[in-house]
Design a binder for this molecule. Structure first.
Ligand code: PLP
Length: 384
C-alpha cells in the first residue's frame, strides 16, 4: 500500500446497513421503506448508504435540503428522493430538473416551487408536509386550506404533481404515548381534507424509526426510518430490535511510552499515574468528535482488551493507560473508540455518558476522521 492508513477513521459496514433495512422492511409489512439519509447519511455517507439501502429493498430516500438531494443525484442515485426542509429561496428549479420531490410546508414554499417548475418547463413533484402536533415544520391546521387550494390550482395549471401527504411524530420513542393516536387522527383528517380539494395522495407517510419498529398501525403506505438504518436503536431502553450498528470510529496508536508513578498526564494533570505504567497516545480529540466531556470516562478497545482513557481529552489527542498490559499495544495499532464488534465500546454508551441520544454521537466523528466502507459491493470486488 502506498498511502498509509488514516490516523482517524470512520468505517461504515454496508452489510450492516443492508441488514438493518431488511429488519425495517420486515416491520413495515406492506408499506414501502424510505431510508432517511439526511445530514450526509447521519454522518455515514449519504450516497454509499443510499445505494446500500436501495439494494436491500428501500424504495426511496429522504433528505432535508435540495442541496442534499442533488448530492445523491450527482452520486448516480436514480431512485425517488424527497427533501422536506428548505427556505423559499432554495434552488427549486434545480430540484425539478433533477426530479427531486419537494416537501411543502407553506404557501410561500409552494409558490417558489411553482416558479421553479415554470423555469424548467416541467411539473414539480410535491408532497405536503402537514403539522399534526410536532409544531416544527409542516403546514399548521389554520393554513392547510390555503395551501391545499394553491395545490389544487397548481395541479390544474400543470405546474405541480401532487404525490402525497406526510407528517412527523413528536413522541414516537414512547410507543404508548397518547399523542401518537392524536397525530394519527389529525393526519387522517388532513388526508381527507386534501381529497376534498380533489387532491388524491399516492402515498401517505408518518412513521420514523421508532414508530416503524413499534407501531405497525402507523405505517400507512411508507415508513421513513433514519437512525435504525444505521443500526442504532431509536428506543435503546426498550430493545436493540436486532439492528447492527454500521459505524466504527477508530484511531491508530501514535506513540507508546512509559510514565512514572506520580507523574500527571495531559493538561491540568487530572490523572496522576498511581503506579509506574505505560500509556498510549491516540491521535483523536475533540476536533475529531471525541467530546472533551468524555475525559477519563471511556474505554478504547485494542485487540481484545479495553483500555481506559485517562486525563483530559485534548483537541487532537487523548491518552489511554495500558496498565498491566504494556506490551499488548504497539504504535500503529487500531484503537476502537466505538463500534459494533463484540467488546467494542458503543455509541449508545457515549450517549448515556454525555446525556444525549445516539443520533448525536453518530454525527460526532469529524475533523481528521476519514470515512471508508466495508461490505456491500466492495465485498464482490467493486471498488470506489
Ligand atoms: C429525521 C427524520 C426522519 C427519520 O427519523 P429517525 O428518528 O431517525 O428514524 C423521518 N422523517 C423526518 C421528517 C425526519 O426529519
Amino acid at each position: 500500500m502506498s498511502t498509509p492508513d488514516p490516523q482517524v477513521e470512520i468505517v461504515v459496514d454496508l452489510d450492516a446497513i443492508a441488514h438493518n433495512v431488511r429488519v425495517l422492511r420486515a416491520h413495515a409489512g406492506d408499506a414501502a421503506v424510505m431510508a432517511v439519509v439526511k445530514a450526509d447519511g447521519y454522518n455515514h455517507g449519504a450516497v454509499r448508504v443510499g445505494e446500500a439501502a436501495l439494494a436491500a429493498g428501500a424504495a426511496e430516500l429522504g433528505v432535508t435540503t435540495v442541496a442534499e438531494a442533488l448530492v445523491l443525484r450527482e452520486g448516480g442515485i436514480t431512485a425517488p428522493i424527497l427533501c422536506w426542509l428548505n427556505t423559499s429561496d432554495a434552488d427549486y428549479a434545480a430540484a425539478v430538473a433533477a426530479d427531486i420531490e419537494i416537501g411543502i410546508c407553506s404557501v410561500a414554499h409552494l409558490e417558489a416551487v411553482v416558479r421553479g417548475a415554470r423555469a424548467v418547463g416541467r411539473p414539480a413533484v410535491t408532497t405536503v408536509k402537514v403539522d399534526t402536533g410536532l409544531n416544527r415544520n409542516g403546514v399548521p391546521d389554520a393554513q392547510l386550506p390555503a395551501v391545499l387550494e394553491l395545490f389544487r390550482e397548481s395541479v390544474a395549471a400543470g405546474t405541480v404533481r401532487f404525490r402525497g401527504v406526510f407528517s412527523h411524530l413528536a413522541h414516537a420513542d414512547e410507543p404508548r404515548h397518547p399523542m401518537l393516536d392524536v397525530q394519527r387522527d389529525r393526519f387522517l383528517n388532513a388526508i381527507a381534507l386534501a381529497k376534498e380539494y380533489g387532491l388524491q395522495p399516492e402515498v401517505a407517510h408518518l412513521a420514523n424509526s421508532a414508530a416503524t419498529l413499534t407501531r405497525p398501525d402507523l405505517a400507512f403506505d411508507m415508513v421513513r426510518p433514519g437512525i435504525a438504518v444505521y443500526g442504532l436503536s431509536p428506543i435503546p431502553e426498550l430493545s436493540d430490535f436486532g439492528l447492527r450498528p454500521a459505524m466504527t470510529f477508530r484511531a491508530r496508536v501514535a506513540l507508546v511510552k512509559p510514565v512514572a508513578a506520580g507523574e500527571g498526564v495531559s493538561y491540568g494533570h487530572e490523572w496522576v499515574a498511581p503506579y509506574d505504567t505505560t500509556v498510549a497516545l491516540i491521535p483523536a480529540g475533540y476536533a475529531d468528535g471525541v467530546s472533551r466531556a468524555l475525559g477519563g470516562r471511556i474505554p478504547l478497545r485494542i485487540g481484545g482488551v479495553a483500555y481506559p482513557a485517562v486525563g483530559r481529552i485534548c483537541m487532537d489527542q487523548l491518552v489511554i493507560d495500558l496498565g498491566d498490559n504494556p506490551d499488548g499495544v504497539a504504535e500503529g495499532d487500531a484503537a476502537v473508540l466505538f463500534g459494533a464488534e463484540p467488546g467494542d465500546p458503543s455509541a449508545q454508551h457515549w450517549a448515556e455518558l454525555l446525556g444525549t441520544i445516539n443520533y448525536e454521537i453518530a454525527c460526532a466523528p469529524r475533523g481528521r476522521a476519514v470515512r471508508s466502507y466495508r461490505g456491500g459491493r466492495d465485498e464482490v470486488g467493486g471498488a470506489r
